[in-house]
Ligand binder design. Structure first.
Ligand code: NAP
Length: 290
């Protein structure tokens, strides 16, 4: 089945950092789906999504349910593992409930290794395509705990259990401090994307400079006024406001996420790639709210 691919910046491809992995142009998010997770994951694959985002954080995600959905799709011949971009996350204990994927008494490096082993079991694979630090240990800055966790994640990558690494819920300050430690920088940043902050302009700009792919979530739910404001504009493009937002996101180089639970919206969200926006329209949407 044909589906969109992100065109990687030539510099990233030359560096080989992202170049070995084919990125889809949309990610299907599996948070908050509980018992519906297996069926919705399978449905998303049937609809045409080839990128799946999850986390080993039972509080908000049912990662084993994602694995069940994948297995059902493989059995039905919808996709093979090789067709997919699978992304999961390591979540600090503060972001978890009592259902931990690691020994809370173990050091952080061991927790990362245990969480990864559990993710691979849940997802029925020997590697993921991207492994993301769900959030830094502190909102104030890149801390020694983050340095330790990141080093453990790099080890997982070097051992072949993930192809790429990412960080999530980060500020520009986190990223600048991370860079100042001399650490290898991530292939992805995944953030909630608020239009009123220029669609996370500062972080996106940092990412562009470093050939990091920015993944945007809550593009609709964080920006209801903007979505509403785009109603007439979207109609003039034979599109829905949601499609305009997702197409805009792709046009500025983002990899958008949607976690829709509606079959019609799955098709609609993927079809946003066919919406044509001029460079001027993209610039206007970019500065609509901030
Ligand atoms: N890193 C993190 O900390 C973090 C945090 C939050 C989320 N995420 C990831 O991002 C994924 C997406 O989460 P999200 O926050 O973006 O929100 P979401 O869970 O995808 O919610 C999107 C909302 O938009 C609606 N929607 C989707 N397509 C639509 C369309 N075409 N027309 C109208 N409404 C539409 C959905 O309603 P319907 O269901 O009715 O379509 C839903 O109410 C999550 O599943 C998760 O994987 C990551």
């Amino acid at each position: 089945m044909a589906y969109g691919r992100i065109l990687l910046p030539p510099r990233a491809r030359r560096q080989g950092r992202l170049g070995l992995v084919q990125l889809p142009d949309f990610l299907y998010g599996t948070a908050w789906k509980e018992d519906r997770t297996p069926a919705l994951t399978e449905q998303a694959l049937r609809a045409g999504f080839r990128g799946i985002d999850t986390a080993n954080q039972r509080r908000h995600y049912f990662e084993a349910g994602v694995g069940q959905g994948l297995a059902a799709a493989y059995r039905a011949g919808v996709v093979t593992r090789a067709d997919l971009f699978l992304q999961t996350k390591f979540t600090h204990q503060a972001g978890q409930d009592h259902r931990l994927p690691y020994d809370p008494a173990a050091d952080l490096s061991t927790q990362v290794a245990q969480s990864m082993a559990s993710s691979l079991e849940h997802l029925g694979t020997d590697h993921v395509d991207s492994y993301v630090l769900h959030g830094p240990a502190s909102g104030r800055g890149w801390s020694p705990d983050d340095v330790e966790v990141w080093a453990a994640m790099v080890k997982e990558r070097d051992a072949g259990r993930t192809r790429l690494l990412g960080v999530s819920n980060v500020s520009l300050r986190h990223l600048e401090q991370m860079a100042a430690t001399g650490a290898e920088m991530p292939g992805f940043v995944q953030n909630r994307c608020f239009a009123r902050f220029g669609w996370d302009r500062d972080v996106r700009s940092f990412c562009t400079d470093r050939t990091i792919v920015y993944q945007g979530f809550s593009l609709l739910t964080a920006n209801p006024e903007v979505v509403h404001h785009l109603t007439d504009f979207a109609a003039a493009h034979n599109a829905t406001p949601a499609q305009v937002v997702f197409r805009f996101a792709q046009a500025v180089g983002m990899l958008p996420l949607t976690g829709t639970t509606d079959a019609g919206h799955m098709t609609e969200d993927l079809a946003s790639r066919a919406v044509t926006l001029s460079a001027e329209e993209v610039r206007a949407i970019e500065s609509l709210a901030g």
